[in-house]
Structures are given as structure tokens and as C-alpha cells.
Write a protein that binds this ligand. Structure first.
Ligand code: ADP
Length: 224
């Protein structure tokens, strides 16, 4: 599970220090989901990256499965993130030269080869779950925007992370595909028991989540 406690973030700039987040706290347990809304530039991505162990907060703590990733050295932190956190970004970030199945399997390449068969079975079942079972050997260029994002979601779940972090996952999609991806995330998080934290500027997407927050002037405010 994910616990963010009293996190603040300042960025240094030539013009001085800029306060982005001020005393933000939230917790997302296994099987729970929460959405963070706010206009562009309000600090949503910054908070998500801090939660995922990618951006050290200025003050405050983050616990992922009871471990503070910022106490680990860079190598250990990268390994820890790899097994604990799945990321979905606005841009699907699929590798164009790989098939859909290979893309989903890519995060498992560092695992022991004896697990390869099990990973392939898991990847196939995830791709079926996101409605892409007939696209296993297709390249990303052959997929629509919504299909690419669904493949990216399958890839984010392949290592059975405890926490799934989604940064504007529907930001590049039309309304219909955005609805499909949002519905998929809502149903997937409960069936996989992953703790899901999503940031979006879309109130329609956020509206699909029972727990909602907004960031206003650096403050994380409950908007449920
Ligand atoms: P959002 O995801 O809500 O659009 P971000 O978290 O990406 O917002 O950015 C919040 C603010 O922090 C923006 O004003 C952005 O310019 C600033 N910011 C983000 N990263 C950096 C950085 N590395 N250095 C300085 N300012 C940054």
C-alpha cells in the first residue's frame, strides 16, 4: 500500500524557490483507488512521481509497502520500484519495434528465465483482460490510441505491482476511448487488488472514482 505523509515540494529556480506542494497527505490501500484532479501545472504529476519513488520530496515521507524508497540507494530504489510500482503515462511509451506481447513482457526480462513461461501466460491473460487478445503479434503502430494505452496498462501490471500510478492516462484519447480506459482501470484495480492512484485534469475521468482529491494552491484537498 501507499502512504504519503506531509509531503512538500519546492523547486529551485534562478528566480528563487517555487513551492509546488504544501503538506500533502494521502493513503491508498490494496484494492483502493483515488483520483487527483487539478489544472495543468498544479503539481499533480509531481505528487505522483513523489508517491512512486521517482522524485524526492523536500519534506515529508512516502511509504510503499512500509518501505521509504528515498532511504534506498539508487540501484536498490530502481529494483524496488520495478517490483512494487506500475506506471502508466499519458504517452503509452510502447517500444515500436516490439509486438504487443513483447512490450507487455519487457519489464520481466530482468527476471530469471525459468519464470518466462509463467510471464507469457500472465501477459496473455492481462492482454485478454484489456481486450487485446487478438492483437498479441501486432506492433504499436497498428493499434489505435485507446488500444495502445490498454497495452500500456497490461505492461504496468505484468510484475503484479502493489501500486499502480497513472499520469493523465486518458490525456491523449477522445472521449469514448477515455471512458473505456477509465472504466478498465476502475474494474482492473478491484480485480487485481492493486492500489490505484490516478491524476487527471478531466472531471469526467475523476468522476468514475469514489475517492477524489484536488490540488489547489499546493494543497491536496479531499473532493469526494
Ligand atoms: P501538473 O501535473 O498538475 O500539470 P506538474 O507537477 O507537472 O503539474 O508541475 C507543477 C509545477 O512544477 C509546474 O509549474 C512546473 O513548471 C513545475 N515543475 C515541475 N518540474 C519542475 C522542475 N524539475 N524544476 C522546476 N519546476 C518544475
Amino acid at each position: 500500500m501507499l502512504v504519503v505523509s506531509h509531503v512538500s515540494k519546492d523547486y529551485e529556480s534562478p528566480q528563487g524557490s517555487i513551492a509546488i506542494l504544501n503538506d500533502a497527505s494521502l493513503a491508498v490501500a490494496r484494492g483502493e483507488a483515488a483520483a487527483i484532479m487539478g489544472p495543468s501545472g498544479s503539481g499533480k504529476s509531481t505528487l505522483l512521481y513523489i508517491a512512486g519513488g521517482l522524485e524526492r520530496p523536500t519534506t515529508g515521507t512516502v511509504l510503499l509497502n512500509d518501505i521509504n524508497p528515498y532511504t534506498l540507494n539508487d540501484d536498490d530504489a530502481a529494483v524496488f520500484r520495478g517490483v512494487t510500482v506500475g506506471f502508466v503515462f499519458q504517452d503509452h511509451c510502447l517500444l515500436p519495434q516490439l509486438t504487443v506481447l513483447e512490450n507487455v513482457l519487457a519489464p520481466t526480462l530482468i527476471d530469471d528465465p525459468s519464470q518466462a513461461r509463467a510471464h507469457v501466460d500472465h501477459a496473455r491473460s492481462l492482454l485478454a483482460r484489456v481486450g487485446l487478445e487478438h492483437r498479441l503479434t501486432h506492433r504499436p503502430a497498428q493499434l489505435s490510441g485507446g488500444e495502445k494505452q490498454r497495452a500500456a496498462i497490461a505492461r504496468a501490471l505484468i510484475r503484479r505491482p502493489t501500486v499502480l500510478l497513472c499520469d493523465e492516462p486518458t490525456g491523449n484519447l477522445d472521449e469514448h476511448n477515455a471512458d473505456m480506459v477509465a472504466d478498465l482501470l476502475v474494474s482492473l484495480h478491484s480485480s487485481t487488488s492493486v492500489a490505484l492512484l490516478l491524476v487527471t485534469h478531466s472531471s469526467a475521468v475523476a468522476g468514475r472514482f469514489a475517492r477524489r482529491y484536488t490540488i489547489t494552491n499546493g494543497r491536496l484537498v479531499n473532493a469526494s
